[in-house]
Write a protein that binds this ligand. Sequence first.
Ligand code: PMP
Length: 301
Amino acid sequence: MTKIYPQAYFENIITPIDSANISIASSAVLYGLSVYTVFPIIFKKQGISAFRLQDHYIRLINSAKIIGIDTFEKDWNFERFTKAVKELIQANTIDQLVFIRATIHVTDLVPGTRSRGLATNLSMFIYEANPIIPQNGARLKTSVWRRIPDSSIPSRAKVNGAYVNSVLGKQDAIDSGYDDCLFLDTQGHVCELSAANIFMVRDGILITPSQSSDILEGINRKTIIEIAKSLNIQVIEREIDLTEVYIADELFACGTSAFIASIIEVDKRKIGYNVYPITQKIKKAYDEVFSDEDNQFFKLI
Ligand code: PMP
């Protein structure tokens, strides 16, 4: 069982997690009308460090904007958000890598299927940072469910209700004995896993689906691209066919809860040739980001 820390942030105060509850009549519960993000927190010698906190805040705000949740930003900004994150951390005793899940819930009661002008509430809680897929050799199954297209529920908005699509894909994969699913879009191009982005290596080039491929614009995806470029690895963002994945030299998933996970099998096809030199190079640099005292990605808050 994942450890959840006892103190949460809810209705602008620190409160025991058991009393941080949302009404069964709220849009958050009735329609999944909440947007969220998850980010890692590390304790370093100099203090508490958060991974790309501003990027996470911006994506959260943008998710709300896409969905039409328009009341949150009136009262909040990045400074206030950072202060709330600090309060939450200080209210708990933490000595390991943890994740914070921050969610903007629409809390109006029975307002019908709409989004504007409704009450919102920010909740945050801390939990143990366990990887969601095996780190060295995950096995994927192409999902029988397609990724929801941008024209239906946009993947770049991290909206709770849309995660039913991820649940369907992941459960289908688990039921068939795999670790996770590989989502395709409605045209059959590769999108992502249930909660992670995907990269493949072909002929020494790192390739990932573009931002217009019905994917979540992952903050780790962006980090991997930056790291790869700094290592002089060529990166291309473009459409990917499923059969390209089958014959990739290397394949890996990335995300906050996936970290960097090498993928060794897709639909019973063994990927690559046992060694993943480019993945290893990127993983080493990524791991250093977590262990270095201070760097451009983990910043003291
Ligand atoms: N895609 C989906 C659908 C996700 O839920 C996640 C996890 N947030 C990701 C990709 C990876 O995003 P990030 O790197 O920001 O965690």
